[in-house]
Design a protein around this ligand. Structure first.
Ligand code: NAD
Length: 257
């Protein structure tokens, strides 16, 4: 197999589990060196990174809370100092908090928006500033959600953050094109990761969700990682400002009896 990311360096936020880890594993297989940031669980993340290095790949882990601007900037600068350069940013870290609209607290709202939107915004800014200073082309990939389009009642803060990503990506595709930077979103549907642990442990809810998915299965991180590999590689050089939906047909599932 030709390695599509040979010689590239990728920084992946929240790359220690779930979709982010799936992307890190795939990027390593494709020949990239990978830096992942993690919020806590240093010991667990170190084991994960050892796993990533097992096949001879290059991987490092850096503690950073993406909701803090200084941490985001440090994640970019430490990636460069440890891996020598940076070509690809994957904004994957994300959180959600269930609450009916009338019950949402300021703390709930800030928790979700500070990670999914503010953190992503300024992480991307730090990456763009690095690319400008070093005159490098680069790729930005945001892990958005089908909920950048599709309503998700009781998760309005989450939908607000993912809807905003759609416009950030469209805007920046224009603003960053002269710098040789592309930006795209991946919008997963229901993927089997820790974020969905309540759903995965509830057979009734799970059955009703599966009935709504035309391909009749949940997605897995590898399904998302294969699109990320395409968007990170040179072969997608003419693709920018758009969203790739990976949802087993969930979003447009409508049928009349
Ligand atoms: N799993 C799904 O069904 C699904 C569907 C659509 C979109 N997504 C999106 O995919 C992305 C990854 O989610 P996942 O399903 O792998 O969930 P997950 O909970 O397994 O992973 C989320 C990751 O984000 C990290 N993170 C959270 N807050 C952070 C912070 N302040 N600083 C640094 N890292 C932080 C976590 O440590 C974790 O590594 C998220 O943006 C999520 O919204 C997931």
């Amino acid at each position: 197999m030709t390695k599509r990311l040979e010689g590239k360096v990728a920084a992946i936020t929240g790359g220690n589990q779930g979709i982010g880890l799936g992307i890190a594993e795939r990027f390593i297989q494709e020949g990239a060196a990978v830096s992942i940031c993690y919020l806590s669980d240093k010991t667990g993340t170190e084991k994960t990174v050892e796993g990533l290095r097992r096949g001879g790949g290059k991987a490092v882990a850096i503690q950073a809370d993406v909701s803090k601007l200084a941490d985001g900037q440090r994640f970019i600068s430490e990636t460069v100092s440890q891996l020598g350069e940076l070509d690809i940013l994957v904004n994957n870290a994300g959180v959600e908090k269930r609450a009916s609209f009338w019950d949402v607290t300021e703390a709930d709202f800030d928790f979700v928006l500070n990670v999914n939107l503010k953190g992503l915004f300024f992480m991307t800014q730090a990456f763009v500033r690095y690319a400008m200073q070093t005159k490098r082309a680069g790729k930005i990939i945001n892990i958005s959600s089908v909920h950048e389009e599709l309503p998700f009642p009781h998760f309005t803060s989450y939908c607000a953050s993912k809807g905003a990503l759609k416009m950030i990506t469209r805007n920046l595709s224009i603003e960053l094109a002269p710098l040789g930077l592309t930006i795209n979103n991946i919008a997963p549907g229901a993927i089997e990761t820790p974020i969905n642990k309540n759903l995965l442990n509830d057979p009734v809810k799970l059955k009703s969700l599966l009935e709504n998915i035309p391909l009749k299965r949940l997605g897995n991180p590898r399904d998302v990682a294969s699109i990320a590999a395409f968007l990170a590689a040179d072969e997608s050089s003419y693709v920018t400002g758009t969203t790739f939906v990976v949802d087993g047909g969930l979003t447009w599932n409508y049928e009349e009896q």
